[in-house]
Ligand binder design. Structure first.
Ligand code: ZN
Length: 154
């Protein structure tokens, strides 16, 4: 789609795993270590536009990537979130699921994580206002994730 950063490849996040219809991207400005995005290759705004097999693939792939992230980052808790359409806070009209790993005492109240996702919306991606990882750190993380997931692409 014309102005979509995911479709135009205008994103800094790096693919570390994929499946037929979805990609796993490591967030260049993670809320917490491990913060990743699951994105369909096809431009859809809503989960309601996915076929049933695509939806099942999304759920299965998201869980599989979460298993690998939990292992690599030595975590055992996580949040998943997606904002589906504008009234729900979606600012980028291409479906994406956030996987946010959680660590003991990472926030004073474990329920306070959502504002960290939301406050960063604004520019191309929701990472615009968080500190970006240095190239070297990003490469190290993506290498570990690709090794763990057996990713062969890119
Ligand atoms: Zn798109």
């Amino acid at each position: 789609m014309g102005n979509c950063p995911f479709c135009q490849n205008r994103i800094q996040e790096v693919v570390f795993d994929d499946t037929r219809n979805f990609m796993a991207l490591y967030n260049i400005a993670p809320i917490f270590p491990g913060h990743s995005l699951i994105v369909p290759r096809r431009h859809v705004q809503s989960v309601m536009e996915l076929t049933t097999p695509e939806f099942e693939e999304l759920m299965d792939f998201t869980r599989r990537v979460t298993v690998d992230l939990l292992d690599v980052f030595k975590a055992n808790a996580f949040n998943w979130t997606l904002q589906d359409r504008e009234a729900a806070g979606q600012t980028l009209a291409h479906l994406h699921v956030h996987i946010v790993l959680r660590f003991p005492n990472d926030l004073p109240d474990p329920g306070d994580w959502y504002p960290l996702v939301k406050q960063n919306y604004g520019e191309i991606l929701d990472s615009a206002h968080r500190p970006h990882l240095a190239d070297k750190d990003m490469q190290t993380i993506v290498h570990r994730l690709r090794h763990r997931t057996g990713f062969k692409g890119e």
